[in-house]
Design a protein around this ligand. Sequence first.
Ligand code: UD1
Length: 423
Amino acid sequence: MVISVNTSQNRANTGANARASTKASTRVNTRVNNIGADAKANSDAKIRVCITLGTRPEAIKLAPVIQTFQQLPQFETTVVLTGQHREMVAQVMSLFDLQADYNLDIMQPNQSLSDITCRSLKGLETLFGEIKPDIVISQGDTTTAFAAALAAFYQQIPVGHVEAGLRTDNILNPFPEEANRRLVSQIATLHFAPTATSVVNLTASGVRHGIHQTGNTVIDALLTVADKSPICDVPGLDWDQHRVILSTVHRRENWGAPLLDIAQSCLEILEKFPDTALLLPLHRNPTVREPLKAQLDSHPRAFLVEPLDYGQLVGAMKRATLLLTDSGGLQEEAPGLGKPVLVLRETTERPEAIEAGTAKLVGTDPATVVAAAAELLSNPAAYTAMAKAVNPFGDGHAAERIAQIVTDYFADHFAELSSDQFK
Ligand code: UD1
C-alpha cells in the first residue's frame, strides 16, 4: 500500500475563482513593439509581467521569481497556470503562499505531448490577447514552457527564459525537454542563464543578445525552505535506525524496461545493506507509479509514498544518506545540502554537479547502479569525497537579478524610444 504523508492544504486558485480575482482590463498598454506611443504619456505605467507555469519544477523554480516581482512596485504581475500538473503544482503554490490569477486547467489523464502543447498554446493565445503582457516569463524545458514562449512569440511579446542554456547535446535525451529548451532559446529575448556553462551553451546555440548569468532560482527556493527546518515524517520509517536512500523517477526515457531495472537495483541495494531503507515518493503519472509499486511495494524496507510537498522533500533530502534520481532539480539541490547523487540517466544537462564531485551519472543498468551505491554505502572515504556541500548552481539571489534585468530592459527601451523622438 502506498503510504500517505500529510501535506499542506491546497490553496492555489483554479478556474472560476482565479478568473474572478483578475484585475479589470483598464491597464495602460506598454507593449514593447508599440512602446513609443505610450512611453511619454504613461511614464508611471507598470511593466506587465506574465509568469507562466505548468508543472511542479516550474512552480518551485518560479516561486521566488513570482514573490520578487510581486514585491516590486514597477511591476504588475499575473501568474498563469496551464494546469499541465494539478495536485503537484497546488502543493508548491500552497507552500510558498502563492495564488494563480488564471488556470487553463488543461490536464487530462495520460495526456500526450501534443495535447499539452495544443491546449496550452490555444489557451495562452486567448489569455495574452486579453491581458496584453509586456513580457512573458517561462521557465525551463517542459512542454508548458515551450508552449508559453511560442504563444508569446506569435503575439510579438518578449519572452524572458528562466534557466536558459541547459544542454545535453542529445536531442532525444531528455525527451522532449532537450528540444523544448533549444526551441525556447531561439525565440526568447532575455535568457537568464544559471551558470557560466549555460552562458557558453547559449552562445554556441547562436544566441547573440540578452544573455545574463543569474544563478539558478532553485537555490533561492531551496534556501528559503531549508531555513524553515522542514521535516519529513513517514509512518513506519525510522530515520535514526536506517540509512535512507531517497529515490525519485519520472522521465520519459526511463519508462518501460529502464524503470524495471531501477526497481531491481533498489531491491538489490536493500538486500545487500540491511540497515538501509528506501523512500520513494511516487510521481502521479500511472505509467511511472504502477510498475514501481508492483516491484517494490511489498518490501518491508521500501516506503512508497505519494508525492511529497517541497518542504517535506527538502526535509527528506537533509536526512537521507544518498539520492538515486532522474530528476534535474534534485541534482541541483542535493549538492547544496551535501548529499551524494547517483543520476539514473545516460546524460545530464547539469555537468556542474558532476564536476563538483557530488553527482555521478550511473544510467539504469542494475550492475552499475548497485555497484555505485554499494561503494558509497560501504566505503566511508568514497562517501565523504562525494558528500560535500557546494553550490555550483547559485547563491540564492537569482530572482532579484532577474527582476533587475527586466527593469533595466524596459528602462533601456523607454530611453531609446524617448531619445528617438528628439532626433
Ligand atoms: C513533466 C515534464 C517534465 C518535468 C515533470 C516534473 C514535459 C514534457 N515533461 O513530465 O519535464 O520534469 O513534469 O514532474 O513537460 N499527473 C497527475 N497530477 C499531477 C501531475 C501529473 O495526475 O499533479 C499525471 C497525469 O496522469 C498526467 C501524467 O501525470 O497525465 C504525466 O504528466 P505530464 O505532465 O504529461 O508528464 P511528466 O512526466 O509529469
